[in-house]
Design a protein around this ligand. Structure first.
Ligand code: GAR
Length: 200
């Protein structure tokens, strides 16, 4: 199965997907293209190093966000990617894009959703003072971090944590969970029933 991975930043999740899926021939999963909305995203270097085609699509180059989404969709179609994998991609899609790829866009988020959605999830987690947090992998719907949850894993919050130390421990779990979920998807093991995702 061909997938498109969308990034904005460092790309540690992308790196894991390259190593655990793309470079493992037994996985049956190929990263056909990596798309970034930031030219300077380090993730682009990781993709190039692995010989994966890259595209940069910046919101500033389009009159509106629907046109931005359309350009991304054109690239996804060009590479015949069946699944859109958001890996630290920090832009929201407009409803036409989400509808076109219904149950074909997944995201990884560094909290136990529905707690702490949005752009500063780890800082919000620490500020609130919860003792347990974690990782959520979910399908993307038209709102922010609200789509059906596929899988979660937990991470304890330590009294000594700052944003960096907590995020680093959360990312260790992201790197285990995200490849596993993508394999389930590729194997046709995920069934969406309303808000519930059943693992068959
Ligand atoms: C990841 O921790 C991911 O959970 C988070 O961005 C980070 C990207 O790291 N995503 C979100 O917060 C989405 N709302 P990476 O570039 O090293 O993979």
């Amino acid at each position: 199965m061909k997938i498109a991975v969308l990034v904005s930043g460092s790309g540690t999740n992308l790196q894991t997907l390259i190593e655990q899926l793309h470079q493992d021939e037994t996985s049956g999963i190929e990263i056909a293209v990596v798309i970034s909305d930031r030219r300077k995203a380090y993730a682009l270097k990781r993709a190039k190093r692995a010989g994966i085609p890259t595209h940069v699509v910046k919101t500033q180059d389009f009159e509106n966000r629907v046109d931005f989404d359309t350009e991304i969709s054109n690239i996804i179609e060009h590479y015949a990617a069946e699944l859109v994998v958001l890996a630290g991609f920090m832009k929201l899609f407009q409803p036409p894009f989400v509808q076109k790829y219904q149950n074909r866009i997944i995201n990884v988020h560094p909290t136990l959703l529905p707690a702490f959605p949005g752009a500063h999830p780890v800082a919000d987690t620490l500020a609130y003072g919860v003792k347990i947090t974690g990782v959520t992998v979910h399908f993307v719907d038209e709102n922010v971090d609200t789509g059906p949850i596929i899988a979660q894993s937990t991470v304890p919050v330590l009294d000594t944590d700052d944003e960096e130390s907590l995020h680093n421990r959360i990312q260790v779990e992201e790197h285990k969970l995200y490849p596993k979920v993508i394999k389930w998807y590729a194997q046709g093991k995920l069934k969406v029933e309303g808000r519930k995702v059943i693992l068959r």
